[in-house]
Design a protein around this ligand. Structure first.
Ligand code: MN
Length: 202
């Protein structure tokens, strides 16, 4: 198989009580696995089988919808698991903290604007913190399993933090209360990984 489900870098219950165990089990083991399986089916026998998921995303307009939906789903979730972790949260430091202050005025302002992007993304999608072509940070959101790497994205850049706001990401624990899920997310963000991704993007 060209693409594989990455192992979760912590236990399914590690993000309790902010992200519940059953949601993590279904989200990683069922939803992400389905994106991987359907992506492999969609690229079988094509050159995309041997390409990186990043390169596929960057030229996604050249591919049929099943590759866009499932390739995006694979990329987005692979990032999502790594930017969370047990015993995380708190605030960013160093270059990342400076970049957030430069772009948004303060960490609190950043959190407010990011939460707004997550809350107002209609239906299913993602909120993102990205590094733009100018090297500066920006907040954006995408529908469905699109992402800012994609050439069809309204706002393009390299994602360094993403929040899944599909109902499957929170409904079991939070039901219709998406804002509560977004608030809880700050308790599990792995800022060291976000900072690493900023360095790599620049
Ligand atoms: Mn999801």
């Amino acid at each position: 198989m060209a693409f594989q489900l990455p192992a979760l870098p912590y236990e399914h219950n590690a993000l309790e009580p902010h992200v519940d165990t059953l949601t993590m089990q279904i989200h990683h083991g069922k939803h992400h696995q389905a994106y991987v399986t359907n992506l492999n089916n969609a690229v079988a026998g094509t050159p995309a089988e041997s390409m990186s998921i990043e390169d596929i995303c960057k030229n996604i307009s050249q591919y049929p919808m099943p590759v866009r939906n499932n390739g995006g789903g694979h990329y987005n979730h692979s990032l999502f698991w790594t930017i969370m972790g047990p015993g995380k949260g708190g605030a960013p430091a160093g270059e990342l903290a400076a970049a957030i202050d430069a772009a948004f005025g303060s960490f609190d302002n950043f959190k407010t604007q990011f939460a707004q992007a997550a809350a107002t993304r209609f239906g299913s999608g993602w909120a993102w913190l990205i590094v733009g072509a100018d090297g500066k940070l920006a907040i954006t959101s995408t529908p469905n399993q699109d992402n800012p790497l994609m050439d069809i994205a309204e706002v393009k850049g390299t994602p360094i933090l993403g929040l899944d706001v599909w109902e499957h990401a929170y409904y079991l624990h939070y039901q219709n209360r998406r804002p509560d899920y977004v608030t809880a997310f700050w308790n599990v963000v792995n800022w060291d990984e976000v900072a690493r991704r900023l360095q790599a993007a620049r």
